[in-house]
Design a binder for this molecule. Sequence first.
Ligand SMILES: [Fe+2]
Length: 289
Amino acid sequence: MSDAWRRTPISADGALGAAAEHPGRRDPRYLARRRAFADLARGHRVGDPSPPVDYTESEHATWRRVHRALDGAHRAHACRAALEAREEVCVPADRIPPHAVVGARLRQLTGFELTLAGGVVENKRFLGSMALGYFHAVQFVRHPAVPLYSPEPDIIHDVFGHGIHLAAREFAAIYRLIGNAATRVETEKALQIISDLYWFTLEYGVLEEDGRPKAYGAALLSSYGEIERIGRSRIRDLNPLDVLATPYEISGYQPVLFGARSLTHVADTLAAFLDTFDDDAAARLRPRD
Ligand SMILES: [Fe+2]
């Protein structure tokens, strides 16, 4: 997950912040499980294989429940490119797939691999790794009390969202485009601008298909609650400067989404902005109010 999620109730050591409303915050067993996942990820170097995980039956059951819900929701609300990509990647109905299995399939299809994250990954590493064909993904599972919405990205989000994306060359090219821009900049401001564009496209983007908004963003594809609501969001035309002027909800539903005509339109729009983007260009932009 990116630093764009930094206000979510997770830290790299697996602790859930006291201030945040998190369904697992008062569950000692869940907290211990999260710390164990964080320990597995500690010291992970980009590109190292993720360690195997012995998921519990309860965790597999959460996966099954979300899988069932998302099956129908995707047919109704996902864009055609996401539906086609989903056919290619390993999204089993009954068990949580290991990183190694998902990653091997993605490598075959687009050259991308999953690399392990324990929690928050700072923007430079998260975004920059995309240029090298690595996507930071977690292994933990959301709390079972609220399976259809997660306040933070978990393995369900990473597989149903980014895993689906990275099975398709058109999506993978957008990840690389964003990653390449991130490798060229150093300032926090420039990285945050790239992160914001990433947020409103690869996490929350929609395409107009047959006169209706259809989801392609990973946060939408992986959340039954969110994908069901896209018809209620205000859809604006994708424009980087408008994106950067738009506040967003980190842990809630997005009132504004940005729509494009196609993934090619998304890629072209981002490339027109990012291909010449650097720290100086970032410095000239006004900060978000
Ligand atoms: Fe994500």
